[in-house]
Write a protein that binds this ligand. Sequence first.
Ligand code: AHG
Ligand code: MN
Ligand code: MN
Length: 337
Amino acid sequence: MKTLIEFINEKQADFSYATGEFSRLVHDIGIAAKIVNREINKAGIADIFGNEGTVNVQGEEQKKLDVFANNQFIKALKHGGMVCAIASEENDELITFDNELSNRGKYVVAMDPLDGSSNIEVNVSIGTVFSIFRRLSESGSSGDVTDLLQPGTKMVAAGYVIYGSSTMLVYSTGYGVNGFTLDPSVGLFLLSHPEMKIPDGGNIYSINEANYIYFPEGVKEYIRYCQEDEPSSLRPYTTRYIGSLVADFHRNLIRGGIYMYPGTKKNPNGKLRLLYECNPVAFLAEQAGGKASDGFRRILEIQPESLHQRTPLFVGSKHMVEKAEYFMNYFSRDFKK
Ligand code: AHG
Ligand code: MN
Ligand code: MN
């Protein structure tokens, strides 16, 4: 089986103008992923469960592993020198590096270093999710916030690591989606899922239904539709909700399905963050033949205004997302931005 490094090198050879910097960046992410994976695997026996005792910019308790993963990814990206700035869920402000090498870096990264942290202590799948853009600011200085405030259509790559029953790195550089499984005995990511495609339809819907009474009418009607007995279709569908976006998305990518985190009257933008949660999964969904929407418009076309901005998300199989959009348009136009 092909290793991640072989795959990256081969792809790089396809582009005569490629300098190898970008390949180096993906390679660095792979290394950080292995280190984080090692820590996660011993979470029950080492003293890394529990809260760090700090709160991030979203007002959420930081877990020790949130902080560990954040530091590891920042360290790897700093060391590689390809990246001039990082936006992270765990850092209020943009992260820049005060060194010449990084200031010449052509790329910026937005990341959620540990997604699904409420699942750490109960041995349920968690992830890391990231998107990569070319910087806009001039090379030679540290990157700035405008480098990160680019719409997803400008993304050059995105991916996630899922720490699950096996650990996988799934990423795309805009030429399809490829998945690599970590062989822990040799410490190598191997190409196990080449050219991943999401089925156009499916029978899984993923949503935190406990929030039902707050949902827009369009979402309520779509859920009703999912639950209808319609033997000629796959309905009633089935519900699967892990509570880690990465893991829910990964399952739906393989099986076909839709993941929804809608806005409500109280929180019209929902919960998930555009830059480092919605954008990367939207990019991967589209690259795999699926769709991602805020209910009305394409996630990748949203112009970000701040690093930690939120957006409603409907992502997954093309026909399912289109159906949800239909219900949103019919019943919940008041939620349209
Ligand atoms: P994080 O652990 O990075 O804060 O993200 C959690 C996110 C996402 O992964 C998950 O799908 C969602 O929050 C779950 O939210 P609810 O508990 O509100 O369903
Ligand atoms: Mn998250
Ligand atoms: Mn997180």
